[in-house]
Design a protein around this ligand. Structure first.
Ligand code: ZN
Length: 326
């Protein structure tokens, strides 16, 4: 795992439109670290990978870890997120013979940004936020190489390339008659979360800013929590305020609720607000973190969520409420 680092800044700040590769040295000094919360065991580990059609030409791979999506066009395929633990290319090939032309990563966690290897024959253009590229050079590659050195079969022969294009603000890609609006949303789940809106298909890919029916991950590495509760709430509020023409917001984890629209995003925003409030009440009542984890009652609205990541997110609420900054 990555080494503990200074607490990252609360927000990514740049607003420029488009930038190419970054110089690594200066970025290390910046001390803003992204972590790989990924590879946390237990999140649907025994589940099986399956493909769900979200809209015309839009598919999401779900189960057995994080979700990833792809969109088929006449000019090729756009892939959103990839994970070395899940080779989704065979599923794509069942739908189309067209090549992957673009590969995007929603954020620098390993369960969303380590599967480029599987697409190497197609040679897609790999695009992330500038934060994604910074995280790649700061810690993501190192962690990948460490796992590879452990001899895990998945990593045998695998390489982890950096995105070849990085952007701040927004980036629009036109492909096969479709418009793909990627946006660097700022610091939420990690220091750089990207969403992608496909207006012609009324779909938006949310990465780990959205979790359906599961507690969100805390983006933890080596005892450092990188997910930012208030930052996530602010991003979700901004997305809700956009009033986009979207039928389905695709989560980074949990089942896709096809056609449920903004209700999923509202649920996620409210989750953070209400859960934080409950934890705050327990803090007021003098409960320790251990007691909170033991005694916490999930509000009825979220009581059906799979319990796997509950203790982790409670830790995050607690520490950010009192700014313990672990
Ligand atoms: Zn994830």
């Amino acid at each position: 795992m990555t080494q503990p680092q200074p607490r990252p800044r609360r927000r990514a700040r740049a607003i420029s439109t488009f930038a190419l590769r970054l110089v690594t040295g200066a970025l290390v000094v910046a001390g803003v670290l992204l972590c790989l919360h990924a590879f946390a065991p237990g999140v649907a580990a025994q589940d099986t990978r399956r493909m769900v059609q979200v809209a015309k030409d839009v598919y999401t791979m779900t189960g057995a870890g994080s979700n990833a999506s792809f969109v088929v066009t006449d000019e090729g395929v756009l892939v959103f997120d990839s994970d070395i633990r899940n080779n989704d290319l065979p599923f794509i090939r069942k739908v189309t013979d067209k090549k992957a032309v673009y590969l995007f990563a929603s954020h620098a966690s390993g369960d969303h940004s380590t599967g480029a290897w599987y697409f190497r024959e197609d040679k897609p253009v790999y695009i992330g936020t500038r934060d994604q590229i910074r995280a790649y050079y700061q810690n993501e590659l190192k962690e990948f190489e460490e796992r590879k050195a452990q001899g895990l079969p998945l990593y045998k022969g695998a390489e982890l390339p950096p995105p070849s294009i990085g952007f701040d603000g927004a980036l629009t890609v036109l492909l096969g008659g479709l418009t793909f609006q990627a946006r660097a949303e700022g610091y939420g789940h990690t220091s750089g979360d990207m969403t992608m809106y496909v207006p012609q298909r009324r779909v938006m890919f949310m990465g780990d800013l959205l979790n359906n029916e599961v507690h969100p991950g805390q983006a933890e590495a080596a005892g450092v929590f990188f997910a930012n509760i208030q930052g996530t709430i602010d991003i979700l509020d901004r997305i809700i305020d956009r009033d986009l023409a979207v039928d389905t917001y695709v989560p980074g984890h949990g089942p896709v609720h096809v056609g449920r629209g903004i209700a999923d995003v509202v649920d996620q925003r409210d989750y953070f607000v209400l859960m934080r409030d409950e934890v705050a009440k327990m803090v007021l009542a003098g409960r320790t973190l251990d007691q909170i984890i033991k005694e916490f009652k999930v509000p009825q609205r979220f009581a059906h969520y799979a319990p796997g990541r509950l203790s982790g997110i409670l830790r995050l609420f607690y520490n950010q409420l009192i700014e313990k900054g672990l």
